[in-house]
Design a protein around this ligand. Structure first.
Ligand SMILES: [Zn+2]
Length: 332
């Protein structure tokens, strides 16, 4: 038996724009094949603190879920369930997204492979569109239980991996913020030029809950730039980060994951009005360095299968010249 009390609140805000990003045409077509994957992780949004009714409209929740799928579809990590029983108990410490005050939730049940995220809105500081806070915890019970509360069974945590139970995200409710909730985040044609894109902000804030600027495994890799192996390979050297260490440096470019399209990284600090951001190769590399297991994109899997089949056919063709009519249309 023992006690553990860890406050793990960290802040990462997304601020308003200074820079412009262009060249977004055609994303919908290029991105759509990526959406067929089976979800690996579940992100459970909890609306109990949505006292202002920011998420009352179901279409807003749908956009939030679409942002969550940028992550959930891509991770193969197994997170242990948090099921308090007997002498094993815990308290989740939450910064309420509607008030900014701390709340203590006794013996919150967190299913396996699931993150619980409390969402709401409140007026945030001048230039902030969203704010994410990784949940804290206080646990009591067996060492194995306390480890599970801390790391969700992620071997190597906290130095080399990250297994949070969840946290909270507050979106800005100042009237000056012109939220746009895109019913189809893959289509860009309808995004108003002066709008603050909710999908992009949600993707960004979720990145903080997955460890950007918040996980020890992120912070320990900041030296002169971020030095995580995958990120360095993707970027071509240590990646510039903001002075606070919460984000990539303003203006850090990469390519939309799985598409080759140039975009400023989603986990850079700013979002120009009228622009949309998806996770980029660099954002995904950073998540891998934090400790997340990224499963191959369906597109990549199909290409591998196609390569195997073509290789097999070629080897057959070498033995039986003239039988090539077999394959042509099946894998289009
Ligand atoms: Zn941020």
């Amino acid at each position: 038996m023992g006690n553990s009390f860890v406050l793990r609140f960290q802040v990462g805000g997304l601020s308003l724009p200074k820079i412009a990003v262009a060249g977004l045409a055609g994303w919908a077509t290029m991105l759509s094949p990526m959406r067929d994957a089976k979800a690996q992780l579940s992100i459970r949004f909890d609306y109990r603190y949505d006292s202002s009714g920011f998420f009352d409209a179901p279409e807003r929740r749908l956009v939030l879920n679409a942002a969550a799928n940028e992550y959930a579809f891509r991770f193969g990590d197994s997170l242990t369930a948090l099921t308090p029983a007997g002498t094993n108990s815990w308290n989740a410490l939450v910064i309420r997204p509607d008030t900014g005050t701390m709340e203590l939730l006794s013996d919150l049940l967190v299913p396996a492979n699931t993150l619980t995220i409390f969402v709401s809105a409140r007026p945030l500081d001048a230039d902030k569109l969203g704010m994410a806070e990784v949940g804290g915890f206080a646990s009591r019970g067996s060492p194995a239980w306390q480890e599970s509360v801390r790391d969700r069974g992620q071997f190597g945590a906290p130095k080399d991996d990250f297994g949070p139970w969840g946290g909270s995200i507050a979106f800005d409710s100042n009237p000056a913020t012109r939220w746009y909730f895109d019913p189809d985040p893959l289509s860009l044609g309808d995004l108003p030029s002066n709008a603050d894109d909710f999908f992009s902000v949600a993707v960004h804030e979720l990145g903080h809950l997955f460890g950007y600027g918040t996980a020890a495994s992120w912070q320990l890799r900041i030296d002169s730039g971020f030095t995580g192996r995958n990120s360095v390979l993707t970027f071509g050297g240590p990646v510039p980060v903001e002075i606070s260490g919460d984000h990539w440096a303003d203006g850090t470019m990469s390519r939309v994951f799985g598409t080759g399209l140039l975009q400023e990284a989603a986990l850079a600090p700013e979002l120009p009005p009228g622009s949309r951001k998806f996770l980029t190769d660099l954002d995904i590399a950073g998540l891998r360095d934090i400790g997340w297991s990224v499963v191959p994109e369906p597109g990549v899997v199909w290409l591998m299968i196609l390569a195997l089949v073509l290789g097999w056919l070629r080897s057959r063709l070498n033995h039986k010249p003239g039988s090539e009519a077999v394959c042509t249309s099946r894998f289009k």
